[in-house]
Design a protein around this ligand. Structure first.
Ligand SMILES: [Zn+2]
Length: 366
């Protein structure tokens, strides 16, 4: 963008002279109504320090020259000439937008909007369909007690290490939305979409009460802080942070009670093993044990399913870890306060999770 560098104006100056409505100004970013599409909200995002814009609705984006040339339908060269003459006397436009100007109408307060659960589900379902599960990962899942058939049904996949550009191209060909889907972000130079490859591990789809994949948890091969990491692109250019949901497995209207536990893989494994034991149990795994809003969402959805009893099946380490104990106590109090019947389960500390407990039963049986 060397051609932009000697321009006498910034992208904010050009937004002002074009009269593009600014909906929100964070000081470093502007959220505007897009002049190029039928945007009724604030999809047109401007990164002030980088002098770049992108509309998350129509996908148009670029630098100062692109904005002016698109708006007036002139070539980049003409855009440069006209901007130089407009700002020739050094009189740059008022920088009112740089400070939080009182004229700026504030109607939105969220950051980059995450795509809807249906859109994320479509993109993630397509993404997982292009990947495979490595033999080492299949073997690790067998060790947790799963059969090959169960492993295939869960749809777990190994994180891709190569050919992610081809995966992105294929997703776009299939019409999948990438803007606002955690894990995807933009290339700073070309504006093209990229996939933020996570550290290697097993990708586990985090499904909501309707079965939609809202997020993906990765069971890391080399755990650092914690064994699981959510698929995210929050640190990236036009990326999105992960939005996990309470993970539902085997829950339907025929049940009156469910087991509440933590994590996607734990609930999936426990569900498969409980079936093997001839039990009919539904599980909800919270993806983040101290995530209070997620617990609220889970309880509300369970009530809609007609569930009246909740079996608390948190890891046994609550007996030795104060933060886990605190989260468990909060959940117990909340479950009771909301009128559910509660059954707090606990078991020997040598057995960590509900999945390990059921595995020990399965092994005893065989
Ligand atoms: Zn647009």
């Amino acid at each position: 963008m060397a051609v932009d560098r000697d321009l006498p104006c910034s992208i904010v100056d050009v937004i002002e002279i074009l009269g593009i409505p600014v909906i929100r100004n964070t000081g470093t970013q502007l959220y505007c109504r897009c002049p190029f599409c039928d945007d009724r909200s604030a999809h047109f995002n401007v990164k002030v320090a980088d002098d770049v814009f992108r509309c998350h609705r129509c996908g148009r984006g670029g630098g100062v020259l692109h904005l002016y040339s698109l708006y007036h339908n002139v070539s980049l060269r003409t855009a440069g000439d006209e901007l130089r003459s407009l700002f020739s006397n050094g009189a740059r436009a008022e920088r009112s937008l740089r400070a939080n100007s009182p004229e700026v109408q504030i109607i939105a307060s969220e950051e980059m909007q995450v795509a809807s659960s249906a859109e994320r589900d479509s993109t993630y379902t397509n993404l997982l369909s292009m990947l495979t599960l490595a033999d080492t990962h299949r073997e690790a899942l067998r060790k947790r007690g799963l059969s090959d058939e169960e492993i295939d049904q869960l749809g777990y996949r190994t994180t891709p290490a190569v050919r992610t550009k081809r995966i992105v191209a294929e997703l776009q060909e299939r019409g999948c939305k990438l803007a606002g889907v955690p894990g995807f972000y933009c290339d700073r130079e070309t504006g093209g979409w990229l996939f933020a490859t996570p550290s290697s591990g097993i990708m586990c789809p985090d499904r909501n009460s309707k079965g939609e994949i809202e997020a993906i948890q990765v069971r890391l091969d080399n755990p650092q802080k914690g064994k699981f990491r959510n698929l995210t692109s929050s640190e990236k250019y036009y990326g999105t942070s992960a939005h996990c949901c309470p993970h539902f497995v085997g829950v339907d209207e025929s049940l009156s009670s469910v087991y509440l536990t933590e994590g996607v893989m734990k609930s999936d494994v426990a569900f498969c093993l409980s079936k093997r034991l001839g039990m009919r149990i539904g599980f909800v795994g919270l993806t983040g044990v101290s995530n209070k809003s997620q617990l609220q969402r889970a309880l509300q959805e369970l009530r809609e399913f007609g569930i009246s009893r909740i079996v608390m099946a948190f890891d046994s380490d609550f007996k030795v870890k104060p933060n886990v104990a605190e989260a468990r106590n909060y959940a117990i109090n909340e479950v009771i306060a909301q009128g559910f019947e509660i059954v707090p389960l606990s078991w020997d500390q040598g057995v960590k999770g509900i999945d390990d407990l059921f595995l020990s039963f399965v092994l005893k049986k065989s």
